[in-house]
Design a protein around this ligand. Structure first.
Ligand code: CA
Ligand code: CA
Length: 335
């Protein structure tokens, strides 16, 4: 009995004493050989899921991101779930991973946290410091002449189970790798296309010094936005990529907006009682604009299931207002 009590206390204290370190600390590589210095050590980290655990299990905190490697997982963690993971720092073909010994080593802390991608500086390619983090390439602020976009350098080619695409980004390039599990349709991605792309920084480098083979891993269809660059004038329109989406399953909905470049644009989401739930754009210059909506309101809370109205209000140079609406349904989580 006494022994059992001691054992209990030991287990209890080792549980509460698990020191949480930052992800940057866990993946530190001070001697720059591409191998994490803590390889083989057990660490505890906390982070927000930037991919769903059944497709791309990566978490990120304020310092860095990292892959979580676990072969058996009965629970699915979704984008926005904040979790704590205890596991061994491991290394697989360049990729730093944290490997929990079982799913009990993963604890859900909170749900529905927002996480925004890091906007990659123009002409900056992938490297070790971006591995494991959510990254976005492309900037469509202001007039089209100022846009920084990714040019597709090659048609998608079969590589392993997925597709690889060379992406040109200013003076540099990087590889986009599309896993089949993401459901992303590569048929319409062609050499010469201009895109904005979001994804997780991954790596596959089977040889020393493990500082090559970085890849951008898009998570879902809406992570790749194809742009039409010709001309600067569009009919006023608002479109959504789907009529129904389930944000709590990690789905997002791409909203596309077109107006003449000289227009001012306001976009907001209302519920069916006319209450404003989310401001998407205010007094923004027109053009062809895209917004990937994750189903959250202004306070980063998931909106309840139901019908919502996305309102586009434009103002032309003469000061005349025009309003267009698009309805969209938010569904419930499917088990
Ligand atoms: Ca090292
Ligand atoms: Ca690495």
């Amino acid at each position: 009995m006494k022994f059992m009590n001691c054992l209990f206390l030991l287990v209890f204290f080792s549980f509460i004493n698990a020191e949480v370190i930052t992800i940057a600390e866990a993946r530190k590589d001070a001697n720059n050989d591409g191998i994490p210095d803590r390889e083989g050590e057990t660490v505890t980290v906390q982070g927000i899921c930037i991919g769903n655990s059944n497709i791309l299990f990566y978490i990120q905190d304020e310092t860095a991101g990292v892959n979580i490697y676990i072969s058996e997982l009965s629970t699915t963690y979704y984008i926005g779930d904040k979790i704590e993971v205890t596991g061994v720092v491991t290394f697989y073909k360049g990729l730093t991973e944290i490997k929990p010994s079982s799913e009990e080593d993963i604890k859900l802390i909170s749900k529905s946290n927002s996480v925004s991608p890091f906007n990659m500086p123009y002409s900056t390619s992938l490297s070790e410091k971006y591995e494991g983090s959510l990254l976005s390439f492309g900037d469509c602020r202001g007039s089209i002449a100022n846009w920084k976009v990714v040019e597709v350098g090659t048609n998608p080619s079969l590589s392993g189970t997925g597709y690889a695409i060379t992406a040109l980004w200013g003076k540099t390039s990087f590889e986009i790798y599309i896993y089949p599990e993401t459901g992303i349709d590569v048929k319409n991605i062609r050499k010469g296309d201009k895109i904005i792309v979001t994804g997780i920084g991954g790596q596959y480098d089977p040889e020393e010094p493990y500082l090559d083979g970085y890849q951008l891993l898009p998570r879902q269809q809406s992570d790749i936005i194809k742009l039409k660059m010709e001309g600067t004038t569009y009919e006023v329109f608002i479109k959504t990529e789907k009529n129904l989406f389930n944000p709590k399953n990690g789905e997002t909905c791409l909203i596309s907006i077109g107006t003449p470049a000289t227009y001012k644009v306001n976009v907001a989401v209302y519920d069916i009682k006319g209450r404003k739930k989310l401001n998407i754009m205010q007094n923004r210059s027109g053009g062809l604009l895209f917004y990937t909506w994750d189903g959250r309101d202004d306070l980063s809370r998931f909106l309840p299931a139901g019908i919502y109205i996305i309102q586009l209000k434009t103002q032309d140079q003469a000061g005349k207002w025009e309003t267009k609406m698009q309805t969209i349904a938010i569904g419930t989580r499917l088990k």
